[in-house]
Write a protein that binds this ligand. Structure first.
Ligand SMILES: [Zn+2]
Length: 285
């Protein structure tokens, strides 16, 4: 029994040795119906829904409600969210007006909560399975992605043309207007590829450590790499990616190397003097 005084076991069977049976078909049927009833109750009775949410949050034993409740769909995400939001405020005595966002114990991006104006609340893994399974809350990184995608585009920014140029080589079918920089300044994510609309949304570049006073293009390379990582429709070949980067930055992307030893041979192997020709590779040193 938890707060609601619900018997999560029902009438347990007793074996011939007078041992309680905890895994028979009858118990499973009882728990399935209990889960279904709680799911319907959350959709139907807002006050009871808060009590059920509190029971989910305080379940500590394997037969508790957090382990039994399996939301049937994400169609009632709003009802679940309303119930859990009220339960969080009540359980942790958090004043109204503070936006709460739960996370499982394994969450690593805790700094994102504050950046997004959310109060993090840790819940157990079984409780998180219910909360996430109902669609009430997203994992924080997915939530941040949705915020980046919903942020308005900025008109133009140094480097955007370079990125569009690089993508015209990597994914020729992707229209340039599908690649935008958004008014989003959080630490993560830096770019999101939206599968539904086939668009890339880049966050505003972070200030450059090496050129704090200039609007430099240092963000272009790392952002292209992040974008390629996020693009799930196909794997982007790294060679292609780096060629496109080099080309969009005005470099020679023909990828023909200058062979030092053959150059030395050309000018005569016996001479000790360095070769007269200085190729692009040497110029970089
Ligand atoms: Zn820079």
């Amino acid at each position: 029994l938890d707060r609601l005084s619900v018997n999560y076991h029902g009438n347990l069977s007793i074996s011939s040795e007078r041992v309680v049976v905890l895994n028979d078909a009858l118990l499973q049927k009882y728990q399935t119906i209990l889960s279904y009833s709680a799911d319907i109750a959350i959709q139907t009775f807002p006050d009871l829904a808060v009590e059920i949410a509190l029971d989910v949050l305080s379940s500590s034993h394997l037969e508790g409600l957090a382990f039994l409740l399996k939301p049937l769909s994400r169609n009632h995400a709003k009802a679940y969210r309303t119930a859990f939001d009220a339960a969080f405020h009540q359980k942790y005595n958090i004043p109204d007006g503070i936006k709460i966002h739960p996370h499982p114990p394994t969450e690593e991006r805790l700094e994102l909560f504050g950046e997004l104006g959310l109060r993090p609340v840790m819940v157990t893994h079984p409780a998180w399975t219910v909360i996430h399974g109902s669609g009430a809350y997203l994992p924080i990184n997915e939530y941040a992605r949705s915020i980046l995608l919903a942020s308005p585009p900025v008109a133009d920014i140094p480097g955007l043309a370079h990125i569009r140029n690089a993508f015209s080589m990597i994914l020729p079918a992707l229209p340039a207007q599908n690649i935008t920089v958004r008014q989003y300044e959080k630490q993560a994510p830096t770019v999101v590829w939206d599968k539904k609309d086939n668009i890339f949304a880049f966050a505003l570049p972070k200030p450059c450590e090496d050129h704090p006073d200039d609007q430099c293009l240092c963000w272009v390379g790392p952002s292209l790499q992040e974008a390629a990582k996020d693009y799930k429709a196909a794997q982007i070949n790294p060679s292609k990616l780096f060629r496109a980067y080099l080309s969009c930055m005005g470099g020679d992307a023909s990828m023909k190397s200058i062979n030092r030893s053959s150059t030395a041979m050309d000018v005569g192997e016996s001479t000790k003097e360095p070769p007269a020709f200085i190729g692009p590779y040497e110029m970089l040193l």
